[in-house]
Design a protein around this ligand. Structure first.
Ligand code: BMA
Length: 796
């Protein structure tokens, strides 16, 4: 094996630019590192850097070869690339979603070789393919300033998205190596069958160059079995009477075991977890449910949608992703949805999800556009699905495979498909059948879901508004401007997308804008908002619920408060509908660059206020406040494996912080359904009081929340005069906050990156709260800023 990653030489087609470039990596990051271009994420630099994608780029290096019979292996090659060896073309690649393996023995010479990767301009290649289509295949022009991304098997969001910078980068983010010809284990499919008597694990192994009759051994957890290889395939089953199970986070341990395959001198391993995942779509009086059962236990799915960890491939590292995924688990999530407009992630990403107990809903990589249905396109898709499913399906984390993101809805979004729906529907179905068939043939045990959202197989209703069946994308609050209460008007079976935008935190804004641009109407701020009308929606929503914030920094803070309030409203209500509703995945976990978006994690991994609030609303035991005709009902939701005794206390709290008990309850909270603990009658609260409630389950620490019956702007909050006491030990800070009156959504901000133990909490007089701050760099002194709802919206 000869690893060809490392230093290469980059130049453009005209010879104007040249720079060193390291693989794996992307060309834009290489130009930046060489000082040829400025930071693409700063200010409005994006627009001045689009030229990069409009030309071809060449990457070259030399290497010494000592043997001739070799295969060139390339993965995550982005995207339309002619590969030549000593001037001879050996590969014309056109998919980032395939591994390329080519025999280069003919072109290789003993001694020094020159290898060149000629990256074709993605926009030009996409345009040429669009022109060659038998009929127009429209794409999301509103969100993608670089056209025709739907023609290429490359992350769609590279062409722009309603949260992404549009740079159509190029590069290689996987492996590049030469392998000596010879026998190899090319794929290992692992199927599990669980029943009352135990688990059977079946490994179907594909080989190359292994003689028929060779003995192939599979071992796992101390057991071993063998089978002969016939026509380069062997199937071996192992039966286990008892096995330590893998559970999603919050439900048990993430037990993982190494399965080893050996044949002749070759060995290969896969790490698996014993777990049984079923998608239960039972018909009921409402429609068709959507519930995941893991190891026989219905699991309420809590999580968010995953987009690529950065717009530029060089920045996507295991450390960055580990931090983002760890934050998901720290916020009590048990699933992420790898969204179809991004990419299939490298193996290590799924290893992390296995270890952290994060189930993965995996879309195939199609989103929001219409797509070609030509034979060559479908053949490429078929090969892509077979490869990706074979590579990933053994992972414990993989819960289900979904055909695409929003392709059914997209049929209504374009003039062409509205005019000739039959044609585009047939094309859609050809693509969808190709995906389903390739999945079923590669991994017959895998769970297939046709599209997201979808009412179910062979159902084509409006899963954006009809909540009766399947998974739903509920966007009416953000995209249609409905109020937050509208989240309670729907009862999804499983909401796989819903979101509300906020501004990135100030430390992130400072990474792309100077103080002169700290204004929501400044062109720099508008260029870091990719959803048309997004800033207006944020501001309009503030008018609806809050007094207008004083100054830009308070605007940023309040945008994060209202985002948290929106998503909390949805999740706490939908969790209380369990088991009618069995999952909530908000849009979106992370950001690809510093931008206004629906994310709960800032670019760089910092926690927005929503992420802190998510940790609380995704906790295993919560109390959900739901307004009814006569008051507010407090329902206890318990996602622990067992029933819990939960003590609930409710208070009417006036603006000066005085509390009156308005109800106490002790309930046995079962796991299947929410239990009504209390109804606080409307008359129990005065107009100038809000409802606060706290609860404790089985002697665990008390949690609390509040419910304001009227918009916050209607309450006469007073100055809370919050005082702080800060101590520091070994670079770790403790901040104790004390208030003189009721203080809502108290947020502590640090002037440097780091992690707070909590944020966006309420304070009451006489009840100080201490939170911890772990700075990313403990050697630098941190300054803290305190905000709360009153101080953010009043000059005094
Ligand atoms: C969804 C996603 C994305 C988009 C988001 C916000 O439907 O699938 O396409 O970024 O909405 O508009």
């Amino acid at each position: 094996m000869l690893d060809l990653s490392g230093q290469w030489h980059l130049s453009d087609e005209t010879g104007q630019y040249s720079a060193p470039m390291s693989l794996p990596g992307d060309g834009i990051s290489a130009l930046r590192a060489a000082g040829i271009i400025p930071d693409p994420y700063w200010g409005q630099n994006e627009y001045d850097l689009r030229w990069i994608s409009d030309r071809d780029w060449l990457l070259t290096r030399t290497f010494q070869a000592t043997g001739r019979n070799v295969t060139l292996v390339l993965s995550m090659l982005d995207t339309v690339v002619d590969v030549s060896l000593n001037g001879q073309t050996v590969l014309q690649a056109n998919s980032m979603f395939r591994t390329h393996r080519v025999d280069v023995s003919e072109a290789l010479i003993l001694g020094e070789n020159v290898i060149t990767l000629h990256f074709r301009s993605a926009p030009r290649a996409a345009k040429a393919l669009a022109d060659a289509q038998p009929f127009p295949v429209p794409f999301q022009a509103d969100n993608c300033p670089i056209p025709h991304g739907n023609m290429l098997r490359k992350p769609e969001c590279d062409f722009g998205w309603d949260w992404n910078i549009a740079l159509a980068p190029f590069g290689m983010y996987g492996d590049i190596r030469l392998e000596q010809h010879g026998p190899r284990i090319s794929a290992i499919a692992v199927a599990q069958d669980h029943n009352a008597t135990g688990a059977t694990v079946t490994a179907t192994v594909q080989t190359e160059g292994i003689d028929d009759g060779a003995d192939l051994r599979v071992s796992l957890c101390g057991q071993e079995a063998c089978a002969p290889v016939i026509s380069n395939t062997a199937t071996v089953s192992l039966k286990f009477d008892s096995a330590e199970l893998w559970w999603p986070a919050g439900h048990g341990k993430q037990a993982l075991h190494v399965l080893t395959v050996a044949v002749g001198d070759l060995t290969a391993t896969r790490r698996i977890g014993f777990r049984d995942v079923q998608l239960v779509t039972a018909k009921d009086e409402t429609g068709t449910g959507f519930a995941l059962h893991v190891n026989g236990r219905p699991v309420f799915v809590k999580g968010a949608n995953w987009i690529p960890a950065d717009a530029l491939g060089s920045a996507i590292t295991p450390d960055i992703c580990r931090d983002l995924l760890q934050s998901a688990v720290d916020a009590n999530m048990n699933m992420i949805r790898v969204w179809g407009g991004g990419r299939y992630e490298p193996d290590w990403f799924y290893d992390l999800c296995d270890e952290l107990g994060l189930l993965v809903w995996h879309d195939f990589m199609f989103a929001c556009h219409l797509y070609p249905a030509t034979d060559d396109f479908l053949a490429a898709v078929d090969a892509e699905v077979r490869e990706q499913v074979a590579r990933l399906n053994h992972h414990a984390c993989i819960a289900l495979w979904c055909g695409d993101n929003e392709l059914l809805g997209a049929l209504n979004w374009y003039e062409e498909s509205r005019q000739d729906r039959d044609r585009y529907l047939v094309a859609y179905d050809r693509l969808n059948r190709t995906l389903e068939k390739a999945l079923r043939e590669t991994a017959p045990h895998a769970i297939w879901w046709p599209s997201s959202p979808s009412p179910g197989p062979m159902s084509f209703g409006d899963a954006w508004h009809d909540d009766r069946s399947g998974d739903m994308h509920f966007w009416s609050v953000w995209h249609e401007g409905r109020d937050f209460d509208h989240y309670r008007d729907v009862s999804p079976r499983f909401c796989s997308e819903f979101g509300f935008q906020s501004y990135p935190s100030m430390d992130v804004i400072r990474r792309f804008a100077g103080p002169a641009d700290f204004n929501i109407a400044a062109p720099v701020m508008e260029s870091h908002q990719k959803n048309a009308g997004g800033n207006a929606r944020i501001a309009e929503t503030m008018f609806r619920y809050f007094r207008f914030p004083v100054g830009f920094e308070n605007f940023v803070y309040l945008s994060q408060v209202q985002q948290a309030l929106a998503i909390k409203t949805a999740v706490t209500h939908w969790r209380s509908l369990k088991p009618h509703c069995m999952g909530a995945l908000y849009w979106q976990l992370n950001d690809t660059w510093p931008v206004c978006s629906w994310s709960s994690l800032d670019h760089g991994g910092g926690w927005k206020l929503l992420h802190h609030v998510a940790r609380r609303f995704y906790a295993d035991v919560i109390v959900s406040a739901v307004p009814t005709a006569d008051g507010v009902e407090l329902l206890v939701v318990n996602d622990q494996p067992d029933a819990a005794q939960v003590e609930v206390e409710a208070f009417a709290v006036s603006m000066d912080g005085r509390m009156r008990n308005v109800g106490t309850a002790s309930v046995e909270a079962c796991v299947d359904t929410a239990i009504s603990a209390l109804v606080v009658p409307r008359a129990a609260l005065n107009d100038d009081e809000i409802l606060m409630f706290d609860w404790a389950a089985n002697d665990r620490p008390r949690q609390s929340d509040h419910f304001a019956a009227r918009p916050y702007k209607a309450y006469k909050l007073g100055p809370a005069s919050i005082s702080t006491e800060i101590t520091e030990q070994d670079g770790q800070y403790a901040v104790t906050l004390t208030s003189a009156a009721l203080a809502l959504y108290v947020a502590v901000e640090a002037d440097m990156p780091g992690r707070f133990s909590d944020n966006a909490f309420d304070l009451l007089p006489g009840r100080p709260v201490t939170i911890e701050f772990t700075p990313a760099d403990p050697s630098v002194t941190t300054e803290f800023t305190i905000r709360d709802l009153h101080s953010a919206t009043h000059h005094i």
